[in-house]
Design a protein around this ligand. Structure first.
Ligand SMILES: [Zn+2]
Length: 288
């Protein structure tokens, strides 16, 4: 499924159901919508449920489902503000807002304070587009700080400074390629570093099984170092990297940032697929 199709389906089918009535009832933190959002994200990216949830909204650039409820409340706040003064809802609003207290109004107050918006009793309509962008930036900050505490996201954190974290989902990739890149970014590609975690092997003992260098098979080792896969790498460098000398001098995380750029991501996806197949062929080839 393409990125735009995903966003359209998500915004037109999932959010209206998940946020039904939020504008009237206010907001509260419920786990079920979050779980639903994580499942949808994982399915779209082709990742297993073991992948860290913190990374998926960043890759898809979608708003946290809790904050979409906030937007609904603001939208209903606008609706109330624009009602004629003699309408019952408006009269109740005028009577209730100065009193404060708990309930829907306190939710709206809380949202406006968090977003540094004017209070509801000022009569100013809220700009929902800029509110959405503020909420996205708020939730983005939360996601990154959550991601920094997850050891699996060691290589993903290096993507923090990429200008666009959605290049993988927006590129024209097969489902397998998208899944491989998403797993690679989130540290769940079944390399020894990841597999060793299932059997409680110490991290320094999760050694690569296809080269004899006694090095831990990390994402960077797989991508740039492992010698038996060098023939796949050389072919890719010759075909797609115009300045190989410059590229080789970059630190590993910058190489990944470059390869995940909009211009390179499709070539990189094909390369990772070739590299992974070559690795599997070496590890799982029948012994004679
Ligand atoms: Zn190796």
């Amino acid at each position: 499924m393409g990125y735009h199709t995903f966003c359209t389906l998500y915004e037109t089918y999932v959010l209206p159901v998940a946020n039904y009535g939020a504008g009237v009832w206010g907001f509260k933190s419920y786990p079920a919508p979050q779980v639903l959002q994580h499942r949808i994200n994982h399915c779209n990216l082709g990742m297993s449920r073991l992948a860290a949830n913190a990374s998926t909204p960043i890759q898809l650039d979608i708003l946290d489902i809790t904050y979409t409820r906030w937007l609904e409340i603001l939208r209903y706040g606008n609706h109330l503000q624009s009602l004629h003064d003699d309408r019952l809802h408006k009269l109740i609003m005028k009577w209730e807002v100065p009193k404060g207290g708990k309930g829907w109004w306190s939710d709206l107050f809380q949202i406006t304070e968090s977003l540094h918006l004017p209070h509801p009793n000022t009569g100013i309509l809220y700009d929902l587009v800029s509110a959405k962008s503020s909420l996205k930036s708020m939730s983005g900050t939360g996601w990154w700080s959550g991601a920094e505490t997850k050891s699996k996201l060691r290589s993903f954190i290096c993507s923090k400074y990429r200008s666009d974290t959605t290049t993988v989902v927006k590129a024209n990739l097969s489902r397998t390629q998208r899944s491989l890149l998403a797993k690679l970014s989130c540290g769940t590609l079944p390399l020894q570093l990841e597999i060793g975690g299932y059997t409680n092997v110490d991290e320094e003992d999760r050694l690569c099984k296809i080269c004899n260098t006694n090095r831990v098979e990390t994402e960077y080792h797989f991508l740039f170092d492992c010698a038996p896969l060098q023939w796949v790498r050389s072919r890719f460098y010759v075909e797609h990297i115009s300045e190989i000398g410059w590229f080789m001098l970059l630190p590993d995380h910058k190489k990944v940032m470059y390869l995940l750029s909009k211009e390179m991501v499709e070539h990189f996806a094909t390369h990772v697929e070739d590299l992974y197949h070559a690795r599997c062929n070496i590890i799982y080839k029948p012994r004679v």
